[in-house]
Write a protein that binds this ligand. Structure first.
Ligand code: NAP
Length: 266
């Protein structure tokens, strides 16, 4: 079992959705939380809510993970406060949806910075401390979208494929040093993700809740899993792409998430 009580978790994308739910669930288990995202006001509100409910510390660090200096700014803020990170949750992420050529290239670049580069650099920043202490964990929030190429979500699906591969590779590197690195793959979950991307077509199936996803994640962490998929249906469907050619998987997925009308992207 992972030792939560008295430890500290750093959660990116804690201002809403799955990240916010992680913060509340971990505080309820006695963990202090470091809340990271761009929306300082929302993070402050959450910090106040958490410290009002539980005897833990809640620290707010406002950072834009699409910026190349974000990790060094976060590390400085953590060091200045004399905190150490026992559980890193790389959760912040967003999707671009639509015909690739219609998507703003800067937006796609930012997506790679947040969904991929920040995941690797924050892990570089905090994993060595865990390995030295011989305890800790990293949860990287990937997606079932990472199991196959997806037209109209091409950058998003590729970014999540990176997160899955990266996490399982590190899981094997770190597991005999009592540090677990786990990929968490939610399916459609009721959060702001699809609204922000103006991508209702990408939300397939009945959504699960952020609380479901966090429960699955923490159960997986307690079992030191390399990867967990949230929900039985998502779990069964995640095996599908391995059984058929990639091009066919892409064709099927493309039919499901094709934009209903031509559009740019928010
Ligand atoms: N919802 C789903 O169906 C679903 C399915 C599979 C995987 N996921 C993954 O779950 C994770 C959490 O998403 P969610 O569903 O909870 O969506 P959400 O409610 O939109 O939350 C996304 C979080 O990421 C943060 N974020 C976005 N861009 C950022 C940036 N440039 N710098 C710092 N923080 C940034 C947002 O905070 P600010 O706006 O305050 O910066 C927000 O806290 C994502 O990685 C997503 O890909 C979601």
């Amino acid at each position: 079992m992972f030792q939560y009580q008295g430890k500290t978790a750093l959660i990116t994308g804690a201002s809403s959705g799955i990240g916010k739910e992680f913060a509340k669930a971990l505080a309820a288990k006695g963990m202090s939380v470091i809340l990271v995202s761009r929306s300082e006001e929302a993070l402050q509100k959450l910090a106040t809510e958490i410290t009002g409910l539980y005897p833990v510390q809640a620290t707010v660090i406002s950072a834009d993970l699409s910026q190349p200096d974000a990790t060094s700014r976060i590390v400085s803020a953590v060091t200045e406060r004399d905190l150490s990170v026992d559980l890193l949750i790389n959760n912040a992420g967003f999707m671009t949806h639509g015909h690739f050529e219609a998507i703003d290239p800067q937006r796609d670049h930012d997506e790679v910075m947040v969904n991929v580069a920040a995941v690797a650099s924050l892990t570089h920043a905090f994993l060595p401390g865990m390995l030295n202490r011989k305890q800790g964990a990293v949860i990287n929030v990937a997606s079932v979208a990472g199991f196959q190429p997806i037209p109209f979500l091409a950058v998003y699906a590729a970014s999540k494929a990176f997160v899955i591969s990266f996490s399982i590779g590190l899981w094997e590197e770190c597991r005999d040093r009592n540090v677990c690195v786990m990929a968490l793959c939610p399916g459609t979950t009721a959060t702001e993700l699809f609204d922000r991307a103006v991508a209702p077509e990408a939300a397939l199936g009945k959504p699960r809740t952020a609380a479901d996803v966090v429960k699955t994640a923490l159960a997986g962490l307690d079992r030191k899993r390399s990867l967990v998929v949230d929900g039985l249906k998502n779990s069964l469907l995640s095996h599908g792409p391995r059984l058929i050619p990639r091009w066919f998987a892409a064709q099927c997925a493309g039919k499901a998430v094709r934009p209903r009308k031509a559009k740019g992207i928010s």
